[in-house]
Ligand binder design. Structure first.
Ligand code: NI
Length: 196
């Protein structure tokens, strides 16, 4: 089932998400629905707060991204076939010199901006079977994971922009929160006025 994606401005995107246990109700169904929702919107990652749940769960499938001919061979290789569920994730280390890349977000349609992030991360998490994992990722793959991880920390990529950029984007972000935007997937907007 395709779920509506929560748009910029909703408080659920600003919450520090909570850990879950294997007893979390209908978790398998939720994960299945999140995959479907992500693919339908042509995303490479989706976090639970983006479907309205402030829990520490996000999904990443970077395969569609790996065909991009502008990417380095290393990035293409790393992105191809990478599909994971991250539960109760914690980034333990972030290293290296920050680099810029143009990011977007399914909760913030039509806005893309360069965001600075460190190139290498070590992350511990539970997979969909609640088996503990600890891995180190680099390059674009690390960036996709950092972006999704930010969602479970209540952070959006627009928070990382300069104050000038933020001022320039303010009215466009307000329009998104009011649903004044054309988007080809199902969304829920926090500031649509109800009634008259
Ligand atoms: Ni996002």
């Amino acid at each position: 089932m395709i779920l509506p994606i929560i748009a910029y401005g909703d408080p659920v995107l600003r919450k520090m998400a909570k850990d879950i246990t294997p007893e979390y109700p209908k978790l398998d169904e939720l994960i299945t629905n999140m995959w479907e929702t992500m693919y339908n919107a042509h995303g490479v990652g989706l976090a639970a707060p983006q479907v309205g749940l402030p829990i520490r769960l996000f999904l990443v499938d970077t395969t569609p991204f790996s065909d991009d001919e502008d990417l380095s061979k290393e990035d293409q290789e790393a992105l191809k076939g990478f599909k994971r569920v991250f539960i109760n994730a914690k980034i333990e280390e972030e290293e290296g010199k920050e680099w810029d890349f143009n990011e977007g977000c399914l909760s913030i349609p039509d806005i893309r901006e360069d965001v600075k992030r460190k190139p290498e991360i070590t992350i511990s998490y539970l997979d969909e079977n609640f088996k503990p994992q600890r891995e180190t990722y680099g390059g674009l793959l690390a960036r996709v994971i950092q972006h999704e991880y930010d969602h479970i920390q209540g952070i959006l990529f627009t928070d990382k922009l300069s104050s000038l950029k933020k001022r320039l984007l303010k009215s466009r972000l307000e329009k998104i929160s009011k649903g004044k935007i054309a988007v080809d997937y199902k969304m829920r907007f926090p500031n649509i006025k109800k009634g008259r």
